[in-house]
Design a protein around this ligand. Structure first.
Ligand code: CA
Length: 405
């Protein structure tokens, strides 16, 4: 005998009806919600397809712009580009002064130059000269900071692009091998300095090499912040997360497509692999015979994004607070200097890493793909006002990229 009386037919019918009604109500709500969502995201009559793809971080259609030297560059529609500075030497890293000057190192000439951002065809002001391979530059608390191969100095800024005499803050940095030194100041007010390796693949004797260092602005308290970075020329702070994002140049002579160049999130105390590992914790061929290396590599930091091998990523910058379209906000722009030991040349362009962590071409055309010839090599990226500036150490130029309203 059942513990409960059997459900009578009338009760069963009632239960089924209630269940069907509840089901219909749930389905109705779902359908209404879906219609509402689709209305918000659909490609409607008012929204062109390009606009939607741009918003999603996908590359928009490109167009060609012919420069005053007759050369052509391709970049997304809605932007134009011109040669803002020309006829100079090896223009490398850039910074901005509070009174509206762009500072740039001219590495082969041993100079720092300044250009008024308000001018369409600015004249060069010599901020400093007589330097030895100046590359990194920053503006911090009234001083122009410059990194030469073996020292970091500051120059009191006088305004109008001019500066007073050199005061060496850090001397005795290692020389030879990768000779650029990149500097910038963190939100913590401390000076961050990267020094590349002395070689292609080797064990360094000086632990300041292939590393990011951190110091107090008076030169005291130098510490090794991160290691295993073969040659991190460009780094910048992610405006959303506060993380340091840097690019690393992978080693040469491993073939056309190995190892990948890297975008790394550079964290204190972490090791980024070089010289024992490359890419995503893979053991470098030089060290494959040693089983302890596999375990070591497993404990290193893999790249956030792998870039085409031999792209030679140099300067980087996050886009913040400008009038550029939303699709580009908080994108990470990188200057690809271009390959020197790849059978088919690559790089020679400006790319962006979208918030989807995919890499998109932003400006191309310095390289002739068919002949392998190039006429320019992008180095650093800078945003000032509503414009992007790109330095070129091959043709001695700075390009200005403007978003059309
Ligand atoms: Ca690495």
């Amino acid at each position: 005998m059942p513990a409960y009386p059997p459900i009578r037919t009338t009760n069963r019918a009632l239960l089924i009806s209630v269940a069907v009604l509840v089901l219909l109500a749930v389905l109705g709500t779902l359908v209404a919600f879906l219609i509402h969502s689709l209305k918000l995201t659909s490609v409607s009559d008012r929204q062109p397809v390009e606009e939607v793809s741009q918003r999603l971080g996908q590359p928009g259609p490109m167009h060609s712009v012919t420069l005053d030297n007759g050369r052509t560059l391709d970049l997304p529609q809605g932007f134009t580009i011109s040669r803002w500075v020309k006829g100079r030497g090896a223009l490398r890293m850039m910074a901005v002064t509070p009174d509206g000057y762009l500072l740039v190192t001219e590495k082969d000439q041993g100079k720092v130059l300044a250009y008024a951002l308000a001018d369409d065809a600015p004249a060069a002001v010599t901020t400093a000269s007589g330097l030895r391979l100046p590359s990194g530059i920053a503006f911090h608390e009234g001083y122009v900071w410059v990194a030469e191969e073996t020292q970091v100095s500051r120059f009191p800024y006088r305004g109008g692009g001019a500066a007073g005499s050199q005061e060496v803050i850090i001397g005795g940095l290692p020389s030879g091998g990768h000779n650029t030194r990149t500097i910038n100041f963190g939100r913590d007010g401390r000076l961050y300095l990267t020094i590349g390796s002395s070689c292609n693949v080797c064990e360094e004797k000086d632990n300041r090499r292939a590393a990011m260092l951190r110091l107090n602005p008076d030169g005291s308290g130098m510490e090794i912040f991160a290691t295993g970075l073969r040659n991190t020329v460009g780094f910048d702070w992610n405006p959303a997360s506060g993380e340091i994002w840097g690019v690393d140049n992978g080693s040469d002579l491993m073939g056309d497509d190995l190892p990948p160049d890297e975008v790394n999130i550079i964290r204190q105390g972490r090791n980024y692999g070089w010289p024992y590992c490359y890419g995503n914790r893979k053991v470098n061929p030089e060290y494959e015979g040693d089983p302890s290396r596999a375990a070591f590599c497993h404990g290193t930091e893999p790249p956030l994004v792998e870039l085409q091998a031999h792209s030679a990523p140099l300067g980087v910058r996050f886009l913040t607070g400008s009038a550029w379209p939303a699709a580009y906000q908080q994108n990470f722009f990188i200057g690809f200097h271009g390959s020197w030991n790849r059978s088919v040349p690559t790089g020679y362009k400006v790319v962006r890493v979208g918030t989807d962590l995919k890499v998109y071409d932003f400006i191309t055309g310095w390289l002739d793909q068919s002949s392998g010839d190039y006429w320019g090599r992008p180095v650093d990226i800078l945003f000032a006002g509503n414009n992007m500036y790109i330095s070129d150490d091959h043709s001695g130029a700075i390009y200005r990229v403007t978003a059309s309203p």
